[in-house]
Design a protein around this ligand. Structure first.
Ligand code: ASP
Length: 344
């Protein structure tokens, strides 16, 4: 008989852990250690489930790097005792948080599956039960004693995605996430089907888990728009301690070619502030040099974000800034896939 998988649920907050107070109509957090009572179906899953909850569950809008480290530490501390991990957070910032975790863990050999829901667990038509039950199933899925998923995933509405490829696209549809530049890793219907060729593979399975927690959040996101003024863009140069900017450009990575704009980029580079070019489009890739409007950017030290999402770029910038890297190494690492976040 094969051993029952041992799953750890880490509950941080969000709608999935809320119940409606039927007298007042307000949503309030419930005691997540009582999860089996709320979802008796969990007993049908052939696995052992343990839960660790944040003492004070938070709305995911209040997520920050202190919480990223807290979640990652729970997983790292319990890594040897469990076969898989399910992390419950609010969906609003789930793509950012899960992307960050994907970078914080190197040589991950066990599934870390993020999920949440649009409706609270006790609501009629809730999506919470399916999301949670299938996430647990995925976290416990193995072949010949080896976990099938060995990366950070995000499961929502019948699809498992690579977490650092996701974006939240709807505030009300159950299909709240998409992954425009990478297909789903698994789909659940009558069967739970894994797209095995798409899953991350480790180069060396003997490597131990490395947990990196030195994130640096002295960064900014600059979304370009037609008519953006010099005063606004120049103001980034005056931000004390700023180390990097994710610059959301147009289409395939295009930006204005006004001399003042290029001059600010030059000054940012001279001030050792990294600028990463990502596209505002939900899908597709930056192609530096494809149009004249982007060919100068490379010479001004702008990093090519290729087809990375803004969410993953924010996480990667925080992560790489926390490592001691030379400028050359920084650019090299940013432009290559570290956890499958960029297509090759
Ligand atoms: N506001 C909630 C949160 O992100 C929404 C959700 O749970 O989906 O925490």
């Amino acid at each position: 008989m094969t051993k029952q998988p041992n799953i750890l649920i880490v509950y941080t907050g969000g709608t999935i852990g809320m119940v409606k107070d039927y007298k007042t109509g307000a949503l309030k957090a419930f005691d997540f250690t009582q999860i089996s009572k709320k979802i008796p179906e969990l007993q049908q899953l052939n696995c052992t489930i343990n839960t660790i909850s944040f003492e004070e569950p938070i709305d995911s809008s209040n997520m920050n790097i202190k919480y990223y480290v807290e979640i990652a530490k729970i997983i790292a501390d319990n890594y040897d005792f469990f076969d898989g991990f399910v992390v419950l957070t609010g969906s609003d910032t789930m793509s950012y948080v899960s992307s960050a975790l994907s970078f914080m863990f190197e040589n991950l050999q066990k599934p870390v599956i993020f999920t949440g829901s649009q409706l609270p667990i006790g609501d009629l038509r809730t999506d919470a039960k399916e999301n949670l039950i299938t996430s647990i199933q995925i976290a416990g899925s193995s072949i010949n004693g080896k976990a099938i998923v060995r990366e950070v995933g995000l499961y929502f509405e019948y699809k498992l995605y690579r977490a650092n490829r996701t974006t939240k696209i709807s505030a009300e549809q159950f299909e709240a996430f998409t992954s425009m530049n990478y297909p789903p890793l698994a789909e659940s219907g009558v069967h739970l089907n894994f797209n095995k060729s798409l899953l991350l593979k480790l180069d060396n399975e003997d490597e131990k888990l490395i947990f990196r927690k030195g994130l640096n959040n002295n960064i900014a996101v600059l979304k370009l728009f037609p008519g953006i003024t010099e005063k606004i863009v120049r103001s980034y140069l005056k931000i004390e301690g700023l180390r990097g900017i994710i610059m959301e450009t147009f289409g395939a990575g295009n930006a204005p070619t006004h001399p003042w704009f290029l001059e600010v980029l030059k000054e940012l580079d001279e001030n050792n502030i990294y600028v990463v070019n990502v596209t505002q489009c939900k899908g597709g890739s930056v192609l530096l040099g494809h149009y004249e409007t982007s060919s100068v950017l490379k010479d001004l030290g702008v990093i090519d974000g290729k087809d990375i999402t803004t969410e993953a770029a924010v996480a990667k910038l925080m992560y790489l800034l926390g490592e001691k890297l030379t400028k050359k190494e920084f650019v090299e690492y940013f432009e290559m896939p570290l956890r499958g976040e960029i297509s090759t």
